[in-house]
Design a protein around this ligand. Structure first.
Ligand SMILES: Cc1cc2nc3c(=O)[nH]c(=O)nc-3n(C[C@H](O)[C@H](O)[C@H](O)COP(=O)(O)OP(=O)(O)OC[C@H]3O[C@@H](n4cnc5c(N)ncnc54)[C@H](O)[C@@H]3O)c2cc1C
Length: 328
């Protein structure tokens, strides 16, 4: 059984170009795993922890038709495949071994003529949007890490500093173009393939490959100025940290958004808890105010220990995201 599997892997590896090449557009790139450029030519992952591996190599499609053909051929030949957008997925993918469909070429950004909507490609990253949105006096409830794939984030909800005010990123989604497991290209929206549209918003990566997505754009709030503070706690504060977050459950102002993260440093074998406290105010924004709100809710001193603030910024939204560009 193992032998047969190995034979099949070797045969697909050596015939990757023969198998897919005739059905792809001239700009599509087939990268067998044996070529020296193989890992460098792929969209790099934010972490290699629990990363998928690509024993069968990778293909970078250049057109939607390429994506459809790759899916159809892969399905017909029992080739397992995995789609990569921005490379910031942190789920447990370590059991995957197969072919990478790398959407790097799908990184377009197009505003509608009246500026009320934006359509982006399947791997477009947050930093590609922010400046144009800001300059066009529009906003989207994006996360603050500039290198995350916008569609990747949307497909799993999409949290960020504007979430209380504008909802999750998936709430701004108007429609998607998606290639299904059968290789069909569909449009999904509130009026077309509604069930699929519903499923895509939250569990999206299970339902197809999104080649592009269109979002509704609200006007920029408060001239784009908002306040952001990041707090870093040691894991030892443990349950009091979660209790402090729970205390925000009722009556939190919509312009305050708190997102929490747990980071594990593999080298130091340390865990940190990070709530990011974002306060959007209409007429005043300053550090004492945000600190006041967080302290009121016992967030700054959950166990009476000194808290650590890694950064606090009062800044145009666009600059805040750019500020984080270096860390991702
Ligand atoms: C440093 C860091 C900061 C983060 N900050 C935030 C944040 O502020 N807000 C937030 O909501 N999330 C955040 N995340 C989580 C991130 O949104 C998710 O991990 C998301 O899935 C990443 O998408 P990606 O395209 O970048 O990653 P990938 O690893 O490329 O993809 C992740 C998953 O989505 C699928 N996928 C990606 N693109 C497509 C597509 N076009 N069509 C179909 N499936 C696709 C992949 O197959 C995979 O299953 C952060 C993650 C990291 C590492």
């Amino acid at each position: 059984m193992k032998h047969a599997l190995l034979q099949s892997v070797l045969s697909i590896q050596s015939n990757l170009t023969d198998l897919f090449g005739p059905h792809l557009s001239p700009k599509a790139l087939i990268i067998p795993p044996t070529t020296p450029e193989f890992p460098a030519q792929l969209q790099q992952r934010w972490t290699d922890y629990n990363a998928p591996s690509y024993i069968l190599g990778a293909i970078k499609p250049a057109t939607e038709q390429d994506v459809q053909n790759i899916v159809k051929i892969a399905a017909a030949n029992n080739v397992p495949f995995f789609t990569t957008g921005g490379g910031h997925g942190v789920s447990d993918y370590h059991s995957f071994d197969g072919l990478s469909i790398d959407l790097s070429a799908f990184n377009s950004v197009v505003f509608s003529e009246d500026g009320s909507e934006i359509t982006i490609g399947g791997s477009t990253k947050i930093h590609q949007l922010v400046k144009s949105l800001y300059e066009g006096a529009k906003e989207l409830p994006l996360g603050s890490c500039a290198c995350v794939g916008v569609i990747g984030a949307t497909l799993s909800g999409g949290i960020g500093g504007l979430q209380g005010h504008r909802g999750l990123l998936m709430d701004s989604l108007e429609s998607v173009r998606v290639v299904t497991a059968a290789g069909n290209l569909l449009i999904a929206s509130r009026s077309d393939n509604e069930d699929l549209f519903w499923a895509l918003r939250g569990a999206g990566s299970n339902f197809g490959i999104v080649t592009s997505a269109t979002y509704r754009l609200p006007e920029l709030s408060n001239g784009g100025m908002y306040m952001n503070a990041d707090f870093l706690f040691p894991a030892s504060v443990n349950s009091s940290f979660w209790q402090a977050l729970e205390s925000f459950d009722h009556g939190m102002p919509s312009r305050l958004a708190i997102t929490a993260g747990v980071l594990y440093n593999r080298v130091a074998a340390e865990v940190s808890l990070i709530p990011t406290c974002t306060l959007m105010l209409l007429d005043a924004y300053n550090f004492p105010h945000i600190a006041y709100v967080c302290r009121q809710r016992h967030l700054l001193r959950p166990t009476g220990r000194r808290r650590a603030i890694s950064s606090a910024l009062e800044t145009p939204w666009a600059r805040q995201v750019q500020h984080q560009h270096g860390s991702c």
